[in-house]
Design a protein around this ligand. Structure first.
Ligand SMILES: [Mn+2]
Length: 348
């Protein structure tokens, strides 16, 4: 029984990929800045290192509005419906996840290519049978941190400050977005050192901020208003919940790619220790479901939302995690509130 732990160095993954020609990079469904940044940076580096290689990213489950601008001419595909990568891959790399659930409808496609697959991730939980080669950087704020090391290995560079700016800005995007633009408790000396080196490489911070954090469609703010309008406080105002039904998303004129990133809004309230966002989703594989996104404040009395999410089959990080339940929101909400209460009972 293998464990969700690193069993391969990035040097070994670089060596495994060195003679591969058709490399498919995938990440979790509905990619965020870290998923997009880490996957696109890796294909840029792989294709730069070999003239004949064809490495590309295959995204699933709806992509953010800024993806085209961020990607530029980096090769990527967006898989609609239940489509899978239609290339003859000789290597597969999974970044920013290692969870069958998060791979959604391409999980089976990845499973069939187990022998040639590698995982590079930073989440505390995952499925060790996704790949024989696992590099799990659990202390890293973002998947782009280990991916940056791999990219340096592939390109034979000593420092992130030497990276081509087209790769540096993808890595910076993952670092900035997974730390909430350097605000969350996962910032560290390593995060700021890497950010500084990437700025030295020529990253334009205001340009990326404008593209990604200030690049929303109006519908995204309307759907954010729907989420905020649903705000409820529970457990002596320590727990905030917000919900987004498909009907509310439709009312706002938004799509599923407009709904991410609202869970932390509840933490703005002084009394709130944990904020829960419940979103009605349709999984390609098995009908209506609820996506639960959890955020908590660090410090004394911290609620470890990785532990809370694990009770519902999910996971992530201590202050940011998530789960998916195959039930409607009205059933998912009491389940997550009960899981938080249970955690608090066990950690008085
Ligand atoms: Mn990430």
């Amino acid at each position: 029984m293998s464990a969700w732990e690193t069993n391969t160095t990035l040097e070994d993954i670089a060596a495994f990929l060195a003679d591969k020609e058709c490399i498919v990079v995938v990440t979790h469904a509905r990619p965020d800045g870290d998923a997009a940044g880490s996957s696109l940076a890796l294909v840029r580096a792989l294709n730069r290192a070999s003239k004949t290689r064809r490495a590309s990213v295959w995204f699933t489950g709806g992509v953010p509005a800024w993806l085209d601008t961020l990607a530029g001419d980096a090769p990527f595909h967006t898989l609609e419906g239940d489509k899978t990568p239609d290339v003859d891959a000789d290597a597969v790399v999974v970044v920013d996840t290692g969870s069958w659930k998060q791979l959604d409808h391409i999980a089976e496609w990845v499973r069939e290519r187990g022998e040639i697959t590698s995982v590079i991730d930073h989440h505390l939980e995952g499925d060790p049978d996704v790949a024989p080669r696992l590099h799990i950087a659990k202390t890293c704020a973002a998947a782009v941190q280990p991916v940056c090391e791999l990219v340096l290995e592939i390109l034979g560079l000593d420092s992130p400050s030497q990276l081509p700016v087209s790769i540096a800005e993808l890595i910076y995007t993952g670092l900035a977005t997974d730390t909430g633009w350097f605000r969350h408790s996962n910032v560290s000396p390593a995060v700021f050192t890497l950010a500084g080196q990437l700025l030295e490489a020529g990253v334009n911070h205001p340009k990326l901020l404008a593209t990604i954090d200030q690049g929303d469609r109006p519908a995204r703010l309307r759907v954010m208003a729907e989420a905020l309008g649903s705000l409820e406080l529970h457990d002596r105002d320590r727990v905030a919940t917000m919900i987004l039904t498909k009907e509310a998303i439709h009312r706002a004129g938004a799509g599923s790619s407009d709904t991410g990133g609202f869970s932390e809004l509840g933490l703005k309230i002084a009394s709130v220790r944990v904020s829960v966002m419940l979103t009605e989703v349709e999984l390609a594989s098995n009908g209506p479901a609820t996506k639960i996104s959890l955020r908590s404040k660090a410090g004394p009395g911290m609620i470890d939302v990785n532990e809370v999410a694990k009770k519902l089959g999910g996971g992530g990080h201590a202050n940011a995690s998530g789960a998916r339940l195959g039930v409607p929101i009205e059933q998912a909400k009491p389940q997550i509130l009960a899981a938080i209460l249970e955690y608090e009972k066990d950690h008085p």
